[in-house]
Design a protein around this ligand. Structure first.
Ligand code: NAI
Length: 248
């Protein structure tokens, strides 16, 4: 039987990059997938590919940082699907700058999308999961949420906060058989990293023992495992997927 047979999964940031790859791997593993993103064209494309794989899909435009939009979106999901088994908080943004030059609005925006977003989604979806006494929440954090990074004070703080949120949610929901884990990707080839300068890229490569950038598939495989029944005794953990950048 496929790993996620008939499970219902909600993936944020599913229009492209890592989120899209997660959505498609979930579909290939038997899940029906709700694709959530601010990119209307992108969600339609991902949803069409999920359906082409023979699963049901729902494309919902939603800004994860907006509480009213999140509530309305989750209500819409429930009109179509009786359950929500899996939540992947993957939507994320960067607004990099040195601390002394960082605008307050860039701090707020990154924290709103990367940390408040997962809080709002988890709050709305965990109500459903607690009732059904089953759930898998997987948060996409980052290696810089563990080790920090010059020029990314806002982003690394948001991802460090997301790791702390993961552990608190894991403790709160464990008695209802809802697990909550995080993955911490390293340097992954997507639109987010495509426009980095050659200098930054070279510096990054020196810090990766496996000497290559990661792929979206490297991340999606671990997320799939954490979202499956195979991972039912794992909660509150952070799995690094970074070619060995951080060994904790
Ligand atoms: P990406 O930029 O290719 O995709 C992010 C997606 O999130 C986009 O489709 C975007 O429209 C969506 N999004 C942005 N703001 C949103 C909002 N307010 N509401 C709903 N959707 C929104 O990025 P990528 O590389 O696929 O990253 C996915 C996740 O992985 C992010 O959380 C990122 O921080 C994390 N990550 C990425 C790494 C990398 O090297 N690419 C490394 C470590 C973590």
């Amino acid at each position: 039987m496929p790993l996620l047979n008939d499970k219902v999964a909600l993936v944020t940031g599913g229009a492209r990059g890592i989120g899209k790859t997660i959505a498609l791997q979930f579909a290939a593993s038997g899940a029906h997938v709700v694709v959530v993103d601010t990119d209307s064209a992108g969600i339609q494309e991902t949803a069409a590919e999920v359906e082409a794989a023979g699963r049901k899909s729902l494309a919902l435009k939603c800004n994860v940082a907006d509480a009213a939009e999140v509530e309305a979106m989750v209500a819409k999901v429930q009109e179509t699907f009786p359950r929500i088994d899996i939540l992947v908080n993957n939507a994320g943004i960067t607004r990099d700058n040195l601390l002394i030059r960082m605008a307050e609005q860039d701090w707020d925006l990154v924290l709103d999308v990367n940390l408040k977003g997962p809080f709002l989604l988890t709050k709305a979806v965990s109500r459903v999961m607690m009732k059904q006494r089953y759930g898998r929440i997987v948060n996409v954090a980052s290696v810089v949420g563990i080790i920090g990074n010059a020029g990314q004070a806002n982003y690394s703080a948001s991802k460090g906060g997301l790791i702390a949120l993961t552990r608190s949610v894991a403790r709160e929901l464990a008695s209802r058989q809802v697990t909550c884990n995080a993955v911490a990707p390293g340097f992954i080839r997507t639109a987010m990293t495509d426009n980095l300068s050659e200098e930054v890229r070279t510096a990054f490569m020196k810090s990766i023992p496996l000497q290559r950038m990661g792929t979206a598939e490297d991340i999606a495989g671990v997320v799939l495992f954490l979202a499956s029944d195979e991972a039912s005794y794992i909660t509150g953990q952070v799995v690094s997927i970074d070619g060995g950048m951080f060994m904790g």
